[in-house]
Design a protein around this ligand. Structure first.
Ligand code: SF4
Ligand code: F3S
Ligand code: ZN
Length: 103
């Protein structure tokens, strides 16, 4: 499961589509955690898609991650600023790849 304390335990490695990527990043095998308010651990995501289907405000978009061992697309929190903290995505992800921190 995603580490809920990733902000303490990781450093920002880069930016992607306007959000932070928390490292370590070593492409294509290791991709880190995308987003902060809505955070998706790309190294855990298996592209189940429930988060994209269920988010009421369409926070997530697919992004290509060719040659990643778990899946070659990931749910990117492209519009994390739109999140209304309903926690549906956290509940439906079968591999607990998502952390939402209403902060
Ligand atoms: Fe979407 Fe709700 Fe998840 Fe926020 S908590 S990203 S609104 S499903
Ligand atoms: Fe990935 Fe979980 Fe969404 S596996 S696609 S973050 S439901
Ligand atoms: Zn991203």
């Amino acid at each position: 499961a995603i580490d809920p304390k990733f902000e303490e335990n990781r450093d920002v490695a880069e930016q992607h589509e306007g959000h932070r990527v928390w490292g370590p990043v070593d492409e294509p095998e290791q991709l880190g955690i995308h987003g902060t308010h809505v955070a998706v651990d790309f190294d855990i995501c298996i592209a189940d898609g429930a988060c994209l289907e269920d988010c009421p405000v369409d926070v997530f978009e697919w992004t290509d991650t060719l040659d990643h061992p778990e899946s070659e697309i990931k749910a990117d929190p492209a519009k994390e600023e739109q999140c209304i903290d309903c926690m549906l995505c956290v509940d439906v992800c079968p591999v607990d790849a998502i952390d939402v921190d209403p902060g």
